[in-house]
Design a protein around this ligand. Structure first.
Ligand SMILES: Nc1ncnc2c1ncn2[C@@H]1O[C@H](COP(=O)(O)OP(=O)(O)OP(=O)(O)O)[C@@H](O)[C@H]1O
Length: 314
């Protein structure tokens, strides 16, 4: 995995006029991985992504892209990177073809290969019929597609997308979400959002930022598995010792009337195996309830500000 790292950042810090916006963040992105950066407004997502993309210098920390140091060898590092900023960096007065030709030249695509690179980027982004149109006349969703096309025209390994669905209507949003999902099949991607479902739709791993710090960094399957406390009801159940001996079970509490509260080993999701074991042994399973605070409530808990807490308790 170590050698397969496409991007790594260590100890990233960014201060604005003495205020710390990003505080000691580490990020690792493996080949083919999609990392969702989630956080409320002002959490530090854009600042982090701008540092990773090489458009904002960190106050401290180191960024490597495909092994190239962003501070020491920015040109080599950026060759491996495509970046869609919060506002797509498009020019209204250019046609889509003119703009993508300009971007391909900027990104160092050889002259002889530019035409093919532009056609491929347009095809990937569903822009086949828009080449001659002025960008300023396109809908917001299509302008966003153009913004993504410029990020992939030089076929980078790593794509950084800052809130790609922000401000879109539901149809445009669905289109861009599908596009990001498709791109994620062939790139390593970091995508930010303040909306959890956006991240869940595409990411393998979620990193939650709050006040410039990472407060959660988990594979989405683990993050969805909850806290591993399960209530189980068995009409013809075994004794406590039998339940406690099951794989992945840490503790068993007798709730009475054939009901048990089972605590799983941290990181294990034993709901499926518990149900299978109960059925296999004829324990007559009548209830299985997981106490799983879903990612949404964990996100809310982790990013609650002191202000909210005071307001709620007063
Ligand atoms: N150029 C700047 N000068 C001063 N402070 C800034 C600047 N850019 C961002 N900040 C501050 O840094 C903090 C993090 O901002 P950032 O834009 O990175 O957050 P974000 O998570 O991307 O939020 P949003 O979703 O609202 O864009 C905020 O408190 C913001 O006000």
């Amino acid at each position: 995995m170590e050698s397969d790292l496409k991007l790594s950042a260590q100890g990233l810090v960014r201060d604005y006029a003495g205020r710390r916006a990003v505080n000691d963040i580490d990020i690792r992105l493996a080949g083919g991985e999609v990392l969702g950066l989630l956080g409320p407004n002002g959490a530090g997502k854009t600042t982090t992504l701008r540092m990773l993309a090489g458009t904002l210098a960190p106050s401290a920390g180191r960024i490597l892209l495909a092994g190239h140091d962003m501070a020491r060898a920015p040109r080599q590092a950026k060759r491996h990177l495509g970046y869609l900023p919060e506002r797509p960096p498009v020019y209204d007065e250019l046609t889509v073809d003119e703009y993508l030709a300009f971007c391909a030249r900027l990104r160092g695509v050889e002259r002889a290969k530019r035409g093919a690179a532009i056609e491929r980027a347009k095809a990937d982004c569903g822009l086949e019929d828009t080449g001659k149109r002025l960008i300023g006349n396109l809908s917001k969703g299509y302008q966003q597609r153009v913004g993504i096309a410029q990020a992939i025209v030089h076929r980078p390994d790593v794509l950084i997308l800052d809130e790609p669905t922000a401000g879109l209507d539901p149809n445009q949003l669905r289109g861009i979400r599908e596009l990001v999902g498709r791109l994620a099949e062939s790139h390593s991607v970091i995508v930010s959002s303040h909306i959890l479902s956006e991240i869940q739709a595409v990411a393998h791993r979620v990193m939650i930022l709050h006040r410039g710090r990472v407060v959660l960094d988990e594979a989405l399957a683990d993050a969805d598995a909850g806290n591993g406390v399960i209530d189980i009801g068995l009409r013809a159940g075994p004794d406590r010792a039998t339940l406690a001996a099951l794989a992945g079970v840490d503790a068993v509490e007798d709730l009475g009337d054939g009901r048990w509260r089972i605590t799983a080993t941290p990181g294990r999701d034993i709901r499926g195996s518990l149900a299978e074991t109960a059925v296999h042994n004829g324990w007559h399973l009548v209830e299985l309830t997981a106490h799983t605070p879903d990612l949404e409530s964990r996100f809310a808990d982790l990013t609650r500000s002191e202000h909210d807490t005071v307001a709620e308790t007063s």
